[in-house]
Design a protein around this ligand. Structure first.
Ligand code: INI
Length: 174
């Protein structure tokens, strides 16, 4: 079906879900690692199935979600990676500072993204209970690690497409 977006003057950029030749850093919080290990497995499996090689993955474990941003920034700036996938698990029932940890993880990962220009995807599960967290880590609600990996692949591909020079437009004379 053709439509407005197919018209030649509209230069539509989209990312492809092909990770061939891409290098990724993955930062994963050890806190609640019965869940975060599953997020990691989902992310790695997704990246490999979309074309990344094992040799092009680097995994950094940090103590908890609060520490994710600093490792993500280091990878983005010095890790020779195209994107960073950030994984963690914050469960409300286990902490009174749930909101602080979750908010700092989100703010910090966003800041990495903004400061470095290297995509940093957010796969930190914030849940009310361990069961709800497990549901989002390969259970009935999918795997947020896999989702974050897909977002990273798409963003790397999109940024490459944006950087590619726009092809010269055909005119009636050419
Ligand atoms: N870190 C998490 O990733 N998830 C949590 O649920 C959590 N709780 O419950 O406290 C948590 N805390 C640790 C925090 O991320 C830091 O590692 C710690 O405060 C040391 O800086």
């Amino acid at each position: 079906m053709s439509g407005f977006w197919d018209h030649p003057p509209v230069d539509v950029k989209t990312g492809k879900l092909d990770a061939t030749g891409m290098r990724f850093g993955i930062v994963v919080g050890r806190f609640n690692d019965v869940v975060s290990q599953r997020l990691l497995e989902g992310a790695v499996d997704t990246l490999l199935r979309h074309g990344t090689r094992d040799a092009d993955l680097v995994v950094a474990w940090v103590p908890g979600s609060f520490e994710i941003p600093v490792a993500a920034r280091e990878l983005a700036e010095h890790g020779n990676v195209d994107a960073v996938v950030c994984l963690g698990v914050v469960i409300r029932g286990e902490t009174t500072h749930f909101d602080l940890v979750a908010a700092e993880a989100a703010r910090g990962v966003g800041a990495v993204h903004a400061a470095t220009g290297v995509p940093a995807s957010f796969g930190v599960v914030t849940a009310e209970s361990l069961q709800q967290a497990l549901d989002r880590a390969g259970g009935k609600a999918g795997n947020k690690g896999a989702d974050a990996a897909m977002a990273a692949v798409e963003m790397v591909s999109l940024l490459r497409a944006i950087r590619r020079p726009r092809p010269a437009r055909r005119t009636a004379a050419s």
